[in-house]
Design a protein around this ligand. Sequence first.
Ligand code: CP
Ligand code: NVA
Length: 307
Amino acid sequence: MRHLNSLLDMSPAEVETIFETSHELKARSLKGDRPPILKGLILTQLFEKPSLRTRLSFDSAMMQLGGNSLFLTALEAGIGGRESVKDVARVVGGYSDVITLRTFSQRLIDNFIEFSGKPIINGLSDERHPCQALTDVFTMRETFGDVKGQKIAFIGDGNNVANSLAIAAALSGVAMSVCAPEGYRLEEDFLKKLKKKFPSSNVTQTDDFKTALKDASVVYTDVWTSMGQEAEESQRRNVFGPFQVNAKLMKMAPKSARFMHCLPAKRGLEVTDDIIDGPQSIAFEQAENRMHLAKGLILWVLEKTVK
Ligand code: CP
Ligand code: NVA
């Protein structure tokens, strides 16, 4: 059975299949052609954290393909309180054809893979955000054509988004430079694993803006304080203050560079209005693509093809 848990489990060929399906369904959908490939199927979304894009992109992807989706907060589901994780996973699996989860701990997603008996899609955990990272490379392909040899400058926290983006980049032959203060970078153990799986990957870390932004085709940032880290917010604002993506920083990248952000953005903190709303920004195309990518992803985990 297929799951999307970590992008480290995927091959470039599998990612290519998801991109091709998403691309075809996007083109058809924009012309009003929405084949009901998922008629009668149910996606259940079970979330521990808030969401706009992930929840709605999977809902709309499912509905545009003729399927249905159900939503439940983890609190309503009673996970770990009213009922054991194992029992909830088995019950949800019995009602659903595919399940998306958004969690604090990665372990909860791993448990669902073990006990639900259905394909699981990681819709963000403290560690990872694979649907986002696939969408990001998909958006880069639309913007630049071939992405091999391109470079992402990731300015900010080495968080869940940076983690999955580094793998998606490695899967696609894209280099990535993470520009973050010490103590807030990707873990060395993770980088070792990445290198072992993809020996030709090129993910580096620095706190030097010039090094990170040199030859970058994408300048990417995310919030300084992720969901679950609210107690550290004021400390993080201090640490990340110099890492704001603003006009001065963008000038250090090539003129042709595009700005990307997974959203939600804290305007005036990690990015200024003139950049996220400016001509270099593709952040909102990126957001829309979450839905197109979700279609390719759902079909891939369900082992279905477009007819
Ligand atoms: N980018 C993203 O995952 O957005 P949401 O948190 O709104 O789902
Ligand atoms: N790093 C952010 C991403 C939100 C989509 C968070 O985890 O809150």
